[in-house]
Design a protein around this ligand. Structure first.
Ligand SMILES: Nc1ncnc2c1ncn2[C@@H]1O[C@H](COP(=O)(O)OP(=O)(O)O)[C@@H](O)[C@H]1O
Ligand SMILES: [Mg+2]
Length: 327
């Protein structure tokens, strides 16, 4: 977390305008990723993981605004860029893999056309050179008979193959940051494992920093260098992966990790009793206080800050660190 970051996010706040003023869906998010490292973002559905990823790419739905913060990609502040400048960043500086490949593959064009277009948007290559590069990329993501696959339409491929094509597209211009938003959730287990293995290989080969959003703690354990735990749009805990697995501090993290198997089997996050509060109904204090078995009056009234308890292990809980003060 302390080396020179490829990506540094400071105070990122994503809001939805309402008659009573903006509601913050994600609030004061801070994190950074060193070159070649992987940050996993975990948290229940609705905690703001996808809108965070979309905000970094400046692809948020126009009902939502980025109302505060900075996003520094290798020294360039992205939030100040024009749309035209941002289009150059997408793909070449930072690219994204979505849960459902069909959201980013165009059903009307062949796989080859889409990869060639991605390549020629950023690089001046002849049509033939771009096609050769597209074949190389498909081979890189282990697509069999890549020359033939270039002429396939997305619907002619299996889900796993489509996801591979999307990874090829995302890597086409060697981005320094790759965001993967639950990239394996829609796939069956065997294919999930293959895609994960592929991403791991490509990460080391391409040297990209990766933001990996997942529900799967087995995956987090395998690939994360750092882990950020998000709940109702707030960071609850942020630490090196080893520290968070060995010494989880936030009651929310503990809840999520409760059923983590020691082996390599993949288990979903544990279900914590109760529901994530609706936007606009967040409690005044700690957002987790309505579900936290340990919450006190102070927790319900005052929001704890994300504090560093040593070695960059940050926790937003009035009663961290756990051993000394928890009631
Ligand atoms: N276009 C939108 N308009 C209004 N609210 C949205 C929109 N997109 C997401 N949200 C809200 O933002 C919150 C975070 O959503 P999301 O980032 O998709 O969660 P996650 O990916 O962690 O499951 C949710 O409360 C969701 O309802
Ligand atoms: Mg999501």
């Amino acid at each position: 977390m302390n080396e020179k970051a490829a990506l540094a996010v400071r105070g990122l706040t994503i809001s939805i305008p309402t008659a009573r003023g903006p509601l913050h869906l994600v609030e004061k998010l801070d994190f950074s990723i060193a070159p070649g490292k992987t940050l996993c973002i975990v948290g229940e559905s609705g905690s703001g993981k996808s809108i965070t990823a979309l905000a970094l790419m400046r692809l948020l739905h126009n009902a939502l605004d980025i109302t505060a913060g900075t996003v520094d990609l290798n020294g360039t502040e992205l939030l100040g860029l024009s749309n035209k400048e941002m289009r150059k960043v997408r793909g070449a500086g930072m690219s994204m893999i979505f849960q459902e490949p069909m959201t980013s593959l165009n059903p009307a064009y062949t796989v080859g056309n889409q990869i060639v277009e991605a390549i020629t948007t950023h690089r001046s290559l002849s049509a033939e050179a771009a096609r050769t590069e597209a074949v190389r990329l498909l081979r890189e993501v282990n697509i069999p008979a890549p020359e033939q696959r270039l002429d396939a339409y997305p619907h002619q491929l299996s889900g796993g193959m489509r996801q591979r094509v999307m990874i090829a597209l995302a890597l086409a211009n060697n981005p320094s940051v790759l965001i993967a938003d639950e990239p394996t959730t829609a796939l069956d287990v065997t294919v999930q494992a293959q895609i994960l293995e592929l991403m791991r290989n490509l990460r080391s080969r391409y040297g990209a920093s990766v933001i990996f959003i997942t529900h799967d703690l087995g995956v987090v354990r395998e690939i994360a260098d750092d882990v950020l735990v998000l709940y109702a749009g707030r960071v609850m805990e942020y630490a090196r992966a080893q520290d968070i697995f060995e010494n989880p501090q936030h009651p929310y993290t503990l809840g999520l990790f409760a059923a983590l198997p020691n082996g390599r089997s993949r288990e979903p996050l544990t279900v914590i009793p109760g529901l994530v509060p609706m936007v606009g109904q967040f409690p005044k204090g700690c957002r987790f206080s309505t579900r936290c078995a340990l919450a006190t009056e102070k927790c319900r009234m005052e929001q704890p800050l994300l504090e560093d308890f040593g070695k960059g292990h940050r926790v937003a809980c009035w009663y961290a660190p756990i051993e000394s003060t928890r009631p």
